[in-house]
Design a protein around this ligand. Structure first.
Ligand SMILES: [Mn+2]
Length: 274
């Protein structure tokens, strides 16, 4: 068994960021935000570190895909952060990352993005990348009321502890674990009632008053969307630069709905307007 979920404390600040897809400039900004939050802050990175735009996407949609794919360097930086702050930086696996450690290979910008990226790396860099993703979490939860995942999972998961039994190689899992793994990594926003059923079960089995799912995986040019009053997706990848958002929470507070995450307070822009 490997720990695939983590429970945060009820004090300090929490930075939550979503998909990077090889964007090291966004990562640099987030590192500065994390540092400025002080020595008690936690940072949950919600996956999809790797697989940036190809030349064609950069050419055809420069307002959305203008960065050089620095996937390898993003992995190095996040690995170094996790090593330096093991109790405070928490990496959650994304479906693109999963391709490198047993998951299906993604094909967003290249026919096989896993083979494409690994083909650019030497052996020790491949080992380091796989080690980082092998140790990644599937979910983080906090007494402040949030469940943090890459996708927005459906209501099959019964308890957070079940995540620790999941193998990253899907074929090694039973049907329940297979379903939960796919749902945590690849589901988009859920209807309100389904997320509510999930949160209700997890409240009962974890003792945490979980009310809001904060997730990545999806994109929105406007930089954020909320669903069902109980899900929030702050967007970096796929948002226009001036709309890119991240979230900062107070772990000692309690957030009982998606609307408790206020624009300009909990929900912040990564770049000032031009
Ligand atoms: Mn994704």
């Amino acid at each position: 068994m490997t720990a695939r979920h983590h429970i945060l404390p009820a004090h300090g600040a929490l930075l939550v960021s979503t998909d990077l897809h090889g964007n090291h400039e966004d990562l640099d900004r987030l590192v500065a935000v994390f540092t400025a939050l002080g020595p008690d802050a936690h940072w949950v990175i919600l996956g999809d570190l790797v697989h940036g735009p190809d030349d064609r996407a950069r050419r055809e949609e420069p307002t959305l895909y203008d960065w050089p794919d620095a996937s390898a360097r993003v992995v190095e930086t996040v690995a170094a952060l996790c090593e330096r702050h093991p109790a405070r930086v928490h990496l959650v696996l994304g479906n693109h990352d999963h391709g490198h450690v047993g998951g299906p290979h993604t094909a967003k910008f290249h026919r096989d993005e896993v083979a494409q990226l690994e083909g650019t790396l030497d052996e020790s860099s491949v080992r380091r990348l796989r080690a980082l993703f092998s140790d990644a979490l599937l979910a983080v939860a906090a007494p402040c009321g949030v469940l943090l995942t890459h996708g927005s999972p459906d209501d099959r998961l019964e308890r957070l502890d079940d995540l620790d039994r999941i193998a990253l190689h899907a074929a090694q899992n039973g049907p329940y674990e297979q379903h939960v793994l796919a749902s945590v990594l690849r589901s988009y926003g859920q209807p309100r009632e389904r997320t509510e059923r999930l949160l209700e079960k997890l409240r009962a089995t974890s003792g945490l008053d979980l009310r809001v799912v904060i997730h990545g995986h999806d994109r929105d040019e406007e930089g954020i969307f909320r669903e069902g009053g109980n899900q929030v997706c702050p967007v970096l990848f796929g948002a226009l630069r001036e709309h890119k958002r991240y979230v900062v929470l107070d772990l000692a507070a309690h957030y009982s709905s998606a609307d408790d995450l206020r624009e300009g307070i909990e929900v912040r822009r990564l770049y000032a307007a031009p």
